[in-house]
Design a protein around this ligand. Structure first.
Ligand code: FEO
Length: 164
């Protein structure tokens, strides 16, 4: 079955949202570099890479279903924040918006009886649980250690060891 028009449009929109999320994380990474927090910067850059992979998954899926990729403009992201905590609070809010968008897309595929798209989206539904958890954990850590001093330095080191 060809991809339904409404699903194709929504998938294109989500493709743009994932690229936007990538760009937001890159802006956050640049901010942390400027704050001499290389571990946070590395962590956020890994997250940027993940978002690019998410975007490309949508890109490939739309094409695999015989759809058309349209590529929306990507909005300029912030590159300045009040603090590392503000960065991760913004990241969590962004992930929650992504989750809501994936859920809406999932609902739409049900309405359209587009089960191939639903199966594809299952991966994203699970992934968003993970994304919200890992970003939420950093928010919790930052609230615990505060914004300065030795504890922040150690957290920066710990985040810099992220693999994948
Ligand atoms: Fe692609 Fe972090 O959601």
């Amino acid at each position: 079955m060809a991809i339904p028009k409404r699903v194709e449009e929504a998938m294109n929109h989500q493709l743009g949202f994932e690229f936007h999320s990538a760009y937001v994380y890159l802006g956050m990474s640049a901010y942390c570099e400027a704050q001499s927090l290389p571990g946070f910067a590395t962590w956020l850059r890994a997250q940027y890479q993940e978002e690019l992979e998410h975007a490309v998954k949508f890109y490939s899926f739309i094409l695999d279903r015989g759809g058309r990729v349209t590529l929306d403009a990507i909005e300029k992201p912030p590159t300045d924040y009040k603090s590392p905590l503000a960065v991760f609070e913004a990241a969590l809010a962004n992930e929650e918006s992504v989750t809501a968008a994936i859920d809406d897309l999932y609902t739409l595929t049900g309405e359209e009886r587009d089960y191939a798209s639903q199966a594809f989206l299952n991966w994203f539904v699970t992934e968003q649980v993970e994304e919200e958890k890992i970003v939420g954990d950093v928010v919790d850590s930052l609230r615990r250690v505060g914004e300065k001093g030795e504890a922040l330095f150690l957290l920066d080191r710990e985040l810099g060891n992220r693999s994948g």
